[in-house]
Design a protein around this ligand. Structure first.
Ligand code: GLN
Length: 472
């Protein structure tokens, strides 16, 4: 992260950049201009130290912050003010980071395009007629456009890695339990994980060193000690074994995604890594299992937004009863994709269907985990595409939810298995005269982030990163 300047200069530059490009991107839903500048002044006056002292950052708007709003890009929470700050966010603040704003997202993190937002879509800085990916699309666009060097996102089925791939940046989803979920508005609690969006692997390692670690406020937070993430970054990958799943070479991949993937394999071979062809037979079933487990958990998590305990409350008419209050509040508060997930989730959990759908999906989930365990018995990491296609046009898949879900083929299985994974910029697709970034994905055994980051860093060193700034 650039430290060329003191905190007030860095934050001023970030806000100036935001003001100049955000009108074309719609990446931010709230900007804390005066507060961020005051925080930066205070940081400079107190000569505040810390690994992120004075660094401007952005937060996906499903991360609670004790000031401003936490909307999840939903009418349901449009006016919600969180009384507390998420643990991961507090750790960044304690490390000296300065929050410039909250970023746009798919409503309640449900989506792959950042179009399902009550604030309208975010646009890709590489081509503003295209989506930035989702659901952390605002965070990815903000980093890619050079507004902030670090943004937090959340990844339940790919929401950090896929937008990172579409925006040409680095997106890391740590192992389930590595980062506290306290203060992350829940989507699917057994899959949700906070992750980082940065321009470089080193920045990701630095940010993860700050946010990872046990938190008594999250019962699923791991006690596993965090090793040094920065030290090993420059150790060569010679002798490491990288697994390439046969199922990742699908005909459904865009030709440029297939080419960039092959080039990445060649780069790792040149670096001295051994490439091993493996089978992940359940990869193709990941989407079906994920789109049962995630909506099931979402339907339960979102039950609290009923207009009484939390969220938007509809105006009642004469004769309306309690049922009408729930029904109207939830119909007005939730957008169509969230409603679709709630209906899907309640259906698969309903008696008579629970075994056929939900329990079967859990069995598939266990098998997927076993598939990865088998591969990791012999290999250090898995290499596969992050997404089957480059960024698509705004609106292109909105009326076809299944087409949108299929975009998550390479990311959802990793959440089902609880593993760490990251997307790194690997090349470009040429589509209609535009250069669109394409990432590749590394997956590691649980709690092996240090080696995963090292493998990513060696790739970054070996490849041309000069064309990585979009002309937005
Ligand atoms: N696209 C996936 C979904 O819609 C993943 C979203 C996420 O990771 N939050 O559920």
């Amino acid at each position: 992260m650039s430290r060329a300047g003191n905190a007030p200069e860095l934050v001023r530059a970030s806000i100036d950049r935001l003001k100049s490009v955000n009108p074309r991107l719609n990446a931010f839903v709230e900007v804390f201009e005066s507060r961020a500048l005051a925080d930066a002044q205070a940081s400079a006056i107190n000569s505040k130290r810390g690994p992120l002292a004075g660094i401007p950052i952005a937060l996906k708007d499903n991360l609670c912050l004790a000031y401003g709003k936490t909307t999840c890009a939903s009418n349901m929470l449009r006016n919600y003010e969180s009384p507390y700050t998420a643990t991961a966010v507090q750790k960044l603040i304690d490390a000296g980071a300065i929050i410039v704003g909250k970023t746009n997202m798919d409503e309640f993190a449900m989506g792959s395009s950042c179009e399902h937002s009550c604030f309208g879509p975010t646009f890709n800085p590489w081509d503003v007629s295209r989506i930035p990916g989702g659901s952390s699309g605002g965070s990815a666009a903000a980093v890619a456009a050079g507004i902030v060097p670090l943004a937090l996102g959340s990844d339940t089925g790919g929401s950090v890695r896929q937008p990172a791939s579409h925006c040409g940046i680095v997106g890391v989803k740590p192992t389930y339990g590595r980062v506290s979920r306290y203060g992350l508005v829940a989507y699917a609690s057994s899959l949700d994980q906070i992750g980082t969006l940065t321009r470089t692997v080193e920045d990701a390692a630095l940010a993860l060193s700050v946010i990872c670690g046990h938190d008594p406020l999250d019962t699923t937070s791991s006690q596993e000690p965090l090793p040094d993430l920065l030290g090993p970054l420059n150790t060569p990958v010679e002798g490491l074994k990288l697994a390439v799943p046969r199922q990742a070479r699908s005909d459904a991949n865009h030709p440029d995604v297939a080419r960039v993937f092959d080039e990445a394999i060649a780069t790792y071979k040149q670096l001295g890594a051994t490439i091993v062809d493996v089978d992940l037979p359940l990869l193709d079933h990941g989407i079906a299992a994920y789109y049962i487990v995630a909506p099931a958990e979402a339907s339960s998590n979102l039950a609290r937004f009923d207009g009484i305990r939390y969220g938007h409350r509809a105006k009642l008419e004469q004769g309306d009863d309690l049922f009408d209050l729930y029904c109207k509040s939830r119909s007005e508060g939730f957008g169509p994709e969230v409603q679709r997930r709630i209906m899907l989730g309640t259906h698969v959990l309903s008696s008579g269907y629970y075994d056929a759908y939900y329990n079967t999906a859990l069995k598939v989930r266990r098998r997927i985990k076993q598939d990865f365990d088998r591969v990791f018995a012999d290999c250090h990491a898995v290499l596969m595409p992050a997404s089957p296609s480059p960024a698509w046009k705004v609106g292109e898949k909105l009326s076809d939810p299944l087409a949108m879900y299929l975009e998550d083929i390479y990311t959802v299985t990793i959440n089902l298995a609880g593993l760490p994974a990251m997307s790194i910029p690997a090349g470009f697709a040429s589509v209609e005269g535009k250069q669109l970034p394409v990432g590749v994905q590394l997956v590691s055994p649980a709690f092996d982030e240090a080696r995963m980051l090292r493998i990513a860093r060696q790739f970054e060193r070996a490849t041309d990163q000069s064309a990585r700034t979009p002309n937005v």
